[in-house]
Design a protein around this ligand. Structure first.
Ligand SMILES: Nc1ncnc2c1ncn2[C@@H]1O[C@H](COP(=O)(O)OP(=O)(O)OP(=O)(O)O)[C@@H](O)[C@H]1O
Length: 129
């Protein structure tokens, strides 16, 4: 069992930061989808900076990337929790995993639409110039 550190507020804050970092490392090492979205996010953000996006457009982009990665992380947490509860095939386990995956899928579609809206004009402008 891992010690959860029940000292001062500062020590609890440091511990929660440490556990969150461990979760982040787990996602990078074990979840291909998370790694893909992280790399895609860095790529898209770099492209946006190079295209001279305004602060408001960069803020929208950062929010979309942050929410996408957070949803991936929550989805993995739900999947692992269900695996802990049952290793058997169960219709409710299936529904829980499918619905959790649907949340990621829905936001992925929204992200692509927002991406098109943000990048369409600067890219057509770049092609025409
Ligand atoms: N215990 C279960 N009972 C019934 N169906 C399940 C169960 N576990 C998984 N499934 C079905 O298999 C699908 C894939 O589940 P799985 O746990 O392999 O997730 P995944 O999407 O492959 O993600 P990861 O690769 O991160 O594990 C689920 O969406 C669900 O439909």
């Amino acid at each position: 069992m891992v010690s959860r550190g029940n000292g001062s507020r500062l020590s609890r804050f440091v511990h929660s930061f440490k556990y969150a970092s461990q979760g982040f490392c787990y996602l990078i090492r074990n979840e291909q989808n998370f790694l893909f979205h992280l790399i895609a996010g860095v790529f898209v953000l770099t492209a946006a900076v190079l295209l001279g996006f305004s602060t408001i457009k960069l803020t929208i982009l950062l929010t979309v990337i942050g929410v996408m990665l957070s949803l991936e992380a929550i989805n993995t947490g739900i999947e692992r929790s269900i695996d802990l509860i049952t290793e058997e095939e169960h219709p409710i386990a299936k529904t829980a995993k499918d619905v959790s995956a649907a949340a990621v899928f829905l936001f992925a579609i929204v992200s692509v639409i927002i991406g098109i809206l943000l990048f369409f004009e600067p890219i057509t402008h770049l092609i025409q110039s």
